[in-house]
Design a protein around this ligand. Structure first.
Ligand SMILES: Nc1nc2c(c(=O)[nH]1)N[C@H]1C(S)=C(S)[C@@H](COP(=O)(O)O)O[C@H]1N2
Ligand SMILES: [Mo]
Length: 425
């Protein structure tokens, strides 16, 4: 099917679905067809494992593999959050079962029946549209690697006061604690621009509002320029359906942006003519910068971190030990990562491992021979916009606006690895 045919098919499908705004909203009320998690589980496996215990239907990892997500320490009770164990990560993909989760209400992910789920597109559009999952899946699709990173990654926002909540704290012991609110997946779905074009955005449609179907009714604004650029309405994650915790059956992926914009369990997009502020719109505020109104906190800054070795790990003995880590930038593609093994006095280029993709995690490696002395190791990344990861001193001088600072680890004479950020007075 060429793209012209596809376009015609889209038009046919959507014409059938053409609805007035009122009728569409009435349709939404019927979306409450949620089933219990138990019903979902029993239907998922066609048969129990046979007498050998081997589940041929859906594989599980070796029981010797114990890497797991962790609860976010000291988190507010209304949050259900977990952290990706980057100390064990390989390559650039976060296994779906280890993708971090950030949920702003106290309950399990909703068990949404995909056969009952609808996505409504309305507001300042020529043709309000409503899509079933089946209809979304017949449309032209893309698969793209993108990271999702919570605003609070490496800063501690969202943790309780006892944990230094509301701002940066340096009490992180592991890279899972410091950087675990970052994960990288291959997302599959329809470009949001495809859907918006089909609906026909009116001239005065300058923002969109995206709303979730879960009890938290997560709602976020996005400028139309970003919505029409590279955003995905994703139903796939790493080759299978998006996991319940990560937005099943469909979520918004806003490449390079702060995590909060990636609305999970997406059910409604309204095109509007102004910025709306919602309960959790931190980081996405309008601000006056030099007389111009800009949307702040949208793009994640360039960052990198050494994951191997990292806090809580051990370098077993002097000798060769490969330094590995991840680098990413919400503004574009990683161009360079440098590593210092002498406390930041000298820097050498690390090797970037293919694929190196925009707004996605990039893996770097660096051959290192440990001499058994106490040392400090750290990495610093540069993206294709020429922006270099800032030092912690620069970050604090900038009143903590962008938490993309260089993250140092100390290797002690015993080979144990610890957080080496300066302790605040
Ligand atoms: N429906 C819904 N979408 C949501 C949230 C939520 O609580 N509910 N949390 C947001 C926040 S703050 C982040 S950081 C990302 C986390 O996505 P993940 O849980 O798939 O990692 O989802 C965003 N989308
Ligand atoms: Mo977040």
């Amino acid at each position: 099917m060429d793209s012209k045919d596809k376009e015609t098919k889209v038009k046919q499908a959507s014409r059938r679905r053409f609805l007035t705004q009122g009728a569409a909203l009435a349709g939404l009320a019927a979306v409450g067809g949620m089933r219990s998690v138990h019903a979902q589980v029993s239907e998922a496996s066609p048969r129990p494992p046979d007498e050998t215990g081997f589940d041929v239907y859906y594989g599980v990892r070796s029981h010797f593999e114990t890497s797991v997500r962790e609860r976010i320490p000291g988190q507010e009770v209304f949050m259900q959050g977990s952290l990706t164990p980057h100390q064990d990560s390989m390559g650039i993909i976060t296994p779906s079962g280890l993708h971090y989760t950030n949920v702003r209400f106290h309950q399990n992910p909703p068990a949404i029946d995909p056969r009952q789920h609808h996505l409504l597109i309305h507001g300042l559009v020529d043709r309000p549209l409503i899509f079933t999952m089946e209809e979304l899946k017949r449309l032209p699709s893309v698969s793209r690697f993108h990271f999702i990173e919570c605003t609070s990654n490496t800063s501690g926002i969202g943790t309780s006061a006892a944990q230094g909540g509301g701002g940066f704290h340096n009490g992180f012991r592991t890279v899972q604690e410091s950087h675990g609110k970052l994960s990288n997946s291959q997302w599959t779905g329809v470009l949001l621009s495809t859907l918006l074009r089909e609906a026909g955005v009116k001239k005065d449609g300058t923002w969109i509002i995206s709303e979730s179907a879960d009890a938290g009714h997560h709602t976020q604004p996005l400028p139309i320029e970003k919505a029409m650029d590279d955003c995905l309405v994703a139903y796939g994650q790493n080759g299978e359906a998006v996991r319940p915790e990560n937005g099943y059956p469909v979520r918004l992926v806003v490449p390079g942006s702060i995590g909060i914009n990636n609305v999970k369990h997406l059910r409604r997009i309204k095109v509007v003519d102004e910025f709306y502020k919602f309960r959790w719109s931190y980081g996405g505020r309008l601000a006056n910068v030099g007389g111009k109104t800009v949307w702040t906190g949208f793009v994640k800054p360039v960052k990198s971190v050494i994951t191997h070795p990292s806090g809580g790990m051990r370098v077993p003995s002097p000798g060769f030990f490969e330094i590995r880590g991840l680098a990413w930038s919400g503004a574009g593609t990683i161009r360079r990562v440098e590593v210092s093994t002498d406390g930041g006095q000298t820097w050498k280029d690390a090797q970037l491992e293919d694929p190196v993709l925009p707004k996605a995690c990039t893996r770097f490696t660096f051959p290192w021979t440990w001499n058994g002395q106490e040392i400090m190791i750290q990495s610093r990344a540069t993206d294709d916009k020429g922006v270099i990861q800032q030092t912690f001193a620069e970050y604090t001088a900038n009143s903590g606006s962008q938490n993309g600072f260089i993250y140092p680890w100390k290797v002690t004479r015993e080979g144990s690895v610890e957080n080496a950020l300066p302790v605040p007075a």
